[in-house]
Design a protein around this ligand. Structure first.
Ligand code: ZN
Ligand code: ZN
Length: 355
């Protein structure tokens, strides 16, 4: 049996580059040779041990990080029907049982037996030369989408799910909190969903400028000005129709209740480690406001792949750094220090195909 290099996480701050056996393929499994893997803020939070699911025991060690990846099919199981060796692919963020009620209803993100790729109760992720995936969780990456861009399918799909859960539609005004990949993508995807004006908040000049170039209409630095005032000014005091909260800040969420119009929608797509205090519940009641949580990206891979293939979503400007696979731990260590300039970093695998 041949082996592969894996950046295996044995516990917080204990990443080791080791050789592991390439797993035997089940009949419906596909062996994917990883070409690129993006580094997610969640990866960093698991690496450092800050992630709340580590304290609850839901993240189990040892494990392999990496859920934003693009790959080439290297081998297929005996009964694989839809993929062949050489196909370019991206993968889902969960591997579910495929047989329970949730799975059969298509809501496989809720499957009780599901394993999240590279995070909670992990299915081994793509900080490795190879990933094994059941074919039902793989998506073909069209030739017109580069492997670089392929690493954005997962975050873009999650972001699109947040935009959809906020009910963004034609002519809507939208407030997005956060200038990380999910926030910046949410600004662009809101525009693609027909938003008339998108406000984005952040605290880093570089990221706010990038967001403006990428699709947001108004960038608000919350260290310098109040987004409540800026929005009141731009909307004649009407407020916004939709809010996508992608910053993880409870304060920004609660303050959003001051700018959302009656009947508006708010979606939350971040991790909140704390409890919210002083939330005016009455505002939800009398304003008829809808609040929705967003985990995963159910059904959003196909529209994102279509947007990318047709040139409507180009994520290249969001790549602000590159690392070699052997330097992957350095990349994780750099995450905090270089945060002001970082949107998305991409790791290139050894002997990976060029774009
Ligand atoms: Zn992620
Ligand atoms: Zn299931």
């Amino acid at each position: 049996m041949s082996t592969m290099k894996v950046a295996r996480l044995f516990g917080p701050n204990d990443l080791r580059m080791i050789d592991m056996e390439i797993p035997k393929l089940g009949a419906h499994d596909v062996l994917c040779k990883v070409e690129r893997v993006g580094i997610c803020g969640t990866d960093y939070a698991i690496y450092t041990g800050e992630f709340s699911a580590i304290k609850t025991g839901d993240v189990k060690f040892p494990m392999t990080l990496g859920h934003e990846w693009s790959a080439t099919v290297a081998e297929i199981g005996a009964d694989v029907e839809n993929f062949k060796v050489g196909d370019r692919v991206v993968g889902d963020t969960v591997v579910a049982c495929g047989n329970c009620n949730y799975c059969l209803l298509g809501a496989y993100y809720r499957c009780k037996q599901s394993q999240a790729v590279g995070t909670i109760n992990a299915w081994d992720g793509a900080y490795a030369e190879y990933v094994v995936m059941p074919e039902r969780h793989l998506f073909r990456l069209p030739d017109s989408i580069s492997f670089d861009q392929g690493t954005f399918v997962e975050p873009a799909a999650t972001s699109l799910y947040a935009v959809k859960r906020a009910d963004v539609g034609t002519g809507d005004t939208v407030l997005v909190h956060g200038t990380g990949p999910l926030g910046v993508l949410a600004a662009k995807l809101s525009k693609l969903c027909g938003a008339s004006k998108v406000f984005i908040t952040g605290r880093k000049k570089f990221k706010l400028e990038l967001a403006l170039n990428f699709g947001a209409d108004v960038a608000i630095n919350t260290l310098e000005e109040s987004f409540v005032d800026v929005i009141a000014e731009h909307t004649n005091g009407q407020g916004v129709d939709r809010v996508v909260e992608a910053s993880g800040s409870i304060e920004l969420f609660t303050q959003s209740l001051e700018v959302i119009r009656a009947g508006g929608n708010i979606s939350l797509v971040a991790f909140y480690e704390k409890m919210a205090e002083q939330v005016e519940i009455d505002k939800f009641v009398f304003g008829g406001i809808t609040l929705r949580g967003v985990a995963g990206s159910l059904g959003m891979y196909p529209p994102i792949l279509n947007l990318m293939a047709n040139g409507m979503l180009n994520t290249r400007p969001l790549i602000t750094g590159r690392y070699k696979f052997e330097d992957i731990e350095q990349a994780l260590k750099d995450m905090k220090d270089k945060n002001t300039q970082r949107i998305k970093w991409i790791v290139e695998m050894p002997s990976s195909a060029s774009d």
